[in-house]
Design a protein around this ligand. Sequence first.
Ligand code: SAM
Length: 289
Amino acid sequence: MQDIATSNRTREIIRKHGFTFKKSLGQNFLIDKNVLDQIIAAAELDETRGALEVGPGIGSLTERLAHAAGKVAAVEIDRRLIPILRDVLAPHAHVSIVQGDILKTDLTQLWKEQFTGLSGVSVVANLPYYVTTPIIMKLLEEHLPIENIVVMVQKEVALRMSAKPGGKDYGSLSIAVQYYCEPELVCVVPGKAFIPAPNVDSAVIKLKRRSEPAVSVPDEAKFFRVVQASFAQRRKTLSNNLTALSGKERKGELADLLRECGIQPERRAETLSLEEFARLCEMLSREGL
Ligand code: SAM
């Protein structure tokens, strides 16, 4: 049978099931086989490995994952898509369709139920753009045994995830992603690769999980609080933004401490490397700030 990821087959499935797109759920279905090839190659799957897909839609990527992986679990929020998925994926017994909101799903439990005994798991998805960041943060922060994450996101978000210090794209998302992973841009994808076509460009990004975080910090939660506070108002200096954490009365002390870390208090957060944030966090913790 013809691949799902073609304009004709996608339209045929949609017509057959009387499906209508919900913009509020970020429903843009991929119809470009070349892009799917690149996603599948980047995910580095084989029959000993599993794939978690977020938002399978009508199953175009799921079908390809079924051929590449030993086990596939796909979590879809839209109940109307479940019978369609069961229908198109019927030939693949090792694919489980789970109805639910990925943000409310107990992933540790899902891992136990779906991926026990496999040699590794990749997360592979064309993400719904309205919840990209919360989904990525959930996947990273829950300390799941994920080897890599290969996802389609808005191009602008991919640039933010992979940005280096010093530019407008570098921010708390870059730091959170790069703390846990090594990002690599796989390809840029134009709107015409989807039905319906979004009016922004997209990109596939691969996040290769590091065996250890990029920097060592005394307290992860504190590290991310310091990063968030530093970027609270991008135009403000580090010293002004961090006063929110230390209190105005300790502003002088804070400036001295920044200098001690080798960081000029007048610098902006967007110029600090992960190593500098880690040093700062350690010093702030030591001084009880
Ligand atoms: N994977 C399909 C493809 O590439 O054609 C569909 C991708 S579409 C961009 C995003 C999918 O995520 C939709 O099917 C949508 O219903 C689903 N979705 C949206 N929010 C979700 C959530 N919170 N949890 C799980 N699935 C979600």
